[in-house]
Design a protein around this ligand. Structure first.
Ligand code: EPS
Length: 372
């Protein structure tokens, strides 16, 4: 492991914070690009009203000087503009009611009480989270188990993409399906039909120009597909990750599915890419092609049956403002967490602490790849 990161932040707290450690010295960052990835994560049909409140931009507070990485830990913040509406319910300090007059006391107490949640949402972290910690308020779970945190992971991945662009490594994502709809021209209309409900879907993430040999066949925990899977499955609501033909492989014979190897114009090539660019836990030089699928968002306007935690009465689940569909956003997050993994494995391969040395190691390696 060459790099690591940590994020913090609640959905309606003051801000998200991230720290990335291990970035080499000397990579120029394009702040517009990082912000454009953050903006893209906020778009897509089916997003809720929250996205009109936020306008995510990164504020880097250390680890960068004159727009270049310094090799020190890179820290950043993304502000939650909605926090101004949550100052009392999300207060970091104890609320000292003795300092308030009677009218203020009522307003503040009502604001805090109105945000307490006691009805579990099926398919959310709510119930298991409360059982795990013994919370008396589901909000403790909701705030951190929120997809809001993925803004920080997107910023981290965008920084990684920025660095990998120096080696022509490119990331993209596109929606394959939303619910039963596979026609991109019809996604908007399809989602409108579910405005009282929610929808999941699948995306394809494509990574171009990763040289062969990134990752490892030697140890289980350094396999590139294992690492990418872990990064993507940890995005809220993602339930499956596949590479290339993925689950379709299980229906095929070896002779009808494996990618044959050729040597043409001085290069090793494959004419098909059923493996999705990864063989034996390593990149093979073809595009890395990943399919990630997410379940419908658990928060529903017409809630499902659930239980109220203080009475154990059968009730309808909690509803609060939410998205109907976040499949596009999931694709943006997925390509960015993939960028983090690719950079980590890339730096394991070309392990140096500054750009000039990494450039030389990369050139030396890629120029001998077709000599074997
Ligand atoms: C989320 C609920 C919604 C989403 C949020 C994730 O927020 P709110 O409850 O404030 O309306 O918009 O996603 C984001 C804030 C984001 O940036 O992606 C949830 O419950 O997980």
């Amino acid at each position: 492991m060459a790099i690591r990161f940590l994020t913090s932040g609640e959905s309606h707290g003051e801000k998200l914070t991230g720290i990335i450690e291990g970035l080499p010295f000397g990579y120029e960052l394009d702040f517009d690009f990082i912000n454009s990835e953050l903006k893209s994560r906020q778009t897509g049909f089916g997003r809720g009203a929250r996205m009109q409140i936020e306008s995510d931009t990164i504020k880097i507070t250390s680890g960068v000087r004159f727009a270049k990485t310094t090799a020190s830990p890179l820290a950043f913040e993304i502000v939650n503009h909605d926090f101004k509406n949550w100052i009392y319910p999300m207060s970091i300090t104890k609320i000292d009611y003795d300092l308030l007059d009677n009218a203020q006391k009522t307003v503040v107490a009502d604001a805090v009480a109105s945000k307490k949640i006691t009805k579990f949402r099926p398919a959310h972290a709510d119930l298991s989270g409360v059982q795990k910690y013994g919370f008396d308020d589901i909000r403790y779970v909701l705030e951190r188990a929120s997809a809001r945190e993925t803004a920080a992971r997107t910023a981290i991945g965008a920084i990684c993409q920025n660095i990998l662009k120096n080696y022509d490594i490119e990331f993209s994502s596109k929606i394959i399906n939303i619910g039963e709809c596979f026609d991109s021209n019809e996604f908007e209309e399809y989602i409108k039909n579910f405005s009282e409900d929610s929808l999941g879907g699948s995306v394809e993430i494509r990574i171009k120009n990763v040289p062969a040999g990134i990752g490892s066949f030697v140890n289980w925990d350094r396999k590139l597909d294992a690492l990418l899977s872990k990064a993507i499955i940890s995005i809220p609501a993602v339930k499956s990750v596949e590479f290339g033909l993925g689950t379709e492989y299980s229906k095929k014979s070896g002779s009808s599915s494996h990618d044959e190897i050729f040597f043409e114009n001085g290069k090793y090539i494959r004419k098909t890419n059923n493996s999705g660019g990864i063989e034996g836990g390593m990149s093979n030089g073809e595009d890395i092609v990943i399919k990630a699928s997410m379940k419908p968002i658990p928060t529903l306007k017409k809630p499902l049956k659930s239980v109220e935690m203080t009475t154990h009465n059968q009730v309808e689940a909690h509803f609060e403002r939410s998205d109907v569909c976040a499949v596009h956003a999931m694709g943006v997050v997925a390509r960015n967490v993939s960028a983090y993994i690719i950079l980590d494995c890339f730096l394991d391969k070309f392990s140096h602490d500054c750009k000039d040395d990494i450039d030389k190691a990369y050139l030396n390696y890629t120029s001998r790849l077709n000599e074997v």
